[in-house]
Design a protein around this ligand. Structure first.
Ligand code: FEO
Length: 414
């Protein structure tokens, strides 16, 4: 079935998906729009003993009734659960932990050493909570054995991943995840090419919004997990990769590399205008870029939400930041974007900043302060008072082409 009532789905014998589809049109983390929803994936592993791995939040489709129904359909009662494995404490995966604990009071809660204090901080629980060590194994009997590996800062410090050794199923929590709810399937081999494109876009957006800051930790985690024979990747958001788990690993490796190296040979143009004068010169820049045949993505702010702007900019080696001075400072919607880029380590970009001012400038000075320590290689700036002259427009076209030529030399990682 599609949607909130999707039943338990077998991944391999003895391991089932028991998650939810959040179609509430909520904001993920209270910031990022999810117009296509998001899945919050939970799993149950059944040996002689039973472990629930990665829980869900209450609301947005998550409820104890839903979980009880899903487990009941595969012959498991809540009181039968022996372990609650909490890979990561963020409340989208733990939101109704208190209620679940009431339903299975004898279940032991397992988390990392840094996770245990957070179980108390968020949910007031100390009893029946145990820290597992990095590399520790847990024999569930009947051939099922879990192994726990710490993956700090992917994307909170307490994060760990769980690996079921007999089946090669990896439960990496937020790593390898994406936005986008399921449409009646859960596996990578069940969906159309169009849905693969959809999930690729939503994976990039999820990465750029949620994970980007921690790209070095992603690379370390992928190296650490390289020793495992991973046959299935079962993240806490998005598709379960059983046919081609290497694809999502490669995708995450590539996204992570964009923090410490130049990204793809393409340009993201981010622009905002008050009365059209910045728009006029932005179009001249576009003419210059077009002469070099470089792919361009254009986002107007504040009309386009930062979530999509960030996704595009993360993947682009080149940026055009086109905005006017506003009250001696940066046009506020652009300041929001620049602030997020700084927070999320949007480093190593080639950048052209253009824009108009009325009485006096000011945006450029604050822009220079804002981008300190981001390793941006700036071409320009190009500022002008009032409306651009013919000379300004010719110069803008030239600088657009200059930026495109610099970006064109960068090899693609795709
Ligand atoms: Fe899906 Fe970091 O929580």
């Amino acid at each position: 079935m599609v949607g909130l009532n999707m039943g338990a789905q077998e991944i391999v014998p003895g391991i089932h998906w028991t998650g939810v589809n959040d179609y509430t049109n909520d904001l993920f983390e209270g910031i990022w729009p999810i117009p296509h929803g998001v899945s919050i994936n939970s799993y149950v592993v059944k040996g002689d003993k039973i472990a629930l791995i990665d829980l869900v939040k209450a609301g947005g489709g998550g409820s104890s009734e839903n979980l009880i129904d899903q487990l009941g359909s595969i012959g498991i009662k809540m009181k039968d659960i022996d372990y609650l494995v909490i890979n990561h404490l963020e409340p989208d995966h733990t939101g109704f932990l208190n209620h679940i604990r009431e339903l299975c009071p004898n279940a032991e809660i397992l988390s990392s050493e840094k996770g245990v204090p957070l179980v108390e901080a968020f949910y007031g629980m100390k009893e029946g909570v145990r820290a597992v060590k990095d590399g520790e194994k847990l024999d569930l009997g009947n051939g099922k054995q879990l192994a726990f590996y710490y993956a700090p800062n992917v994307h909170w410090p307490e994060t760990m991943v769980t690996y079921e050794e007999s089946s090669g199923v990896l439960f990496p929590c937020d790593a390898f995840g994406s936005f986008g709810a399921f449409k009646g399937y859960i596996f990578d081999d069940q969906i159309t090419p169009e849905d693969h494109e959809f999930f690729e876009r939503e994976t990039l957006r999820y990465y750029a919004n949620i994970v980007a800051t921690f790209s070095n930790s992603v690379i370390k985690a992928i190296e650490k997990l390289g020793a495992l024979d991973i046959k299935v990747i079962a993240p806490s958001h998005g598709l379960i990769w059983r046919e081609n788990p290497g694809e999502i690993i490669k995708r995450y490796q590539r996204y992570a590399s964009y923090m410490s190296e130049e990204a793809e040979p393409e340009i993201t143009v981010i622009w905002g205008t008050m009365y059209g004068n910045t728009e006029t010169i932005m179009r001249a820049v576009l003419r210059g870029i077009a002469q070099e045949g470089i792919p361009v993505k254009i986002h107007k702010v504040p009309e386009t939400d930062a979530s999509w702007v960030l996704a595009s900019a993360w993947q682009s080696a080149g940026l055009v930041i086109a905005m006017p001075t506003y009250e001696y400072n940066i046009f506020p919607p652009m300041d929001y974007i620049l602030n997020l880029m700084k927070l999320k380590h949007y480093w190593h970009k080639k950048v052209l900043r253009i824009g108009s001012f009325g009485w006096v400038g000011g945006a450029q000075k604050h822009f220079n302060n804002r981008i300190e320590r981001m390793n941006w290689e700036c071409i320009g700036p190009l500022e002008y008072q009032g409306a651009p002259t013919a000379e300004d427009l010719a110069l803008a076209e030239k600088k657009g082409r200059e930026l495109a030529m610099a970006v064109k030399k960068i090899p693609s990682k795709r």
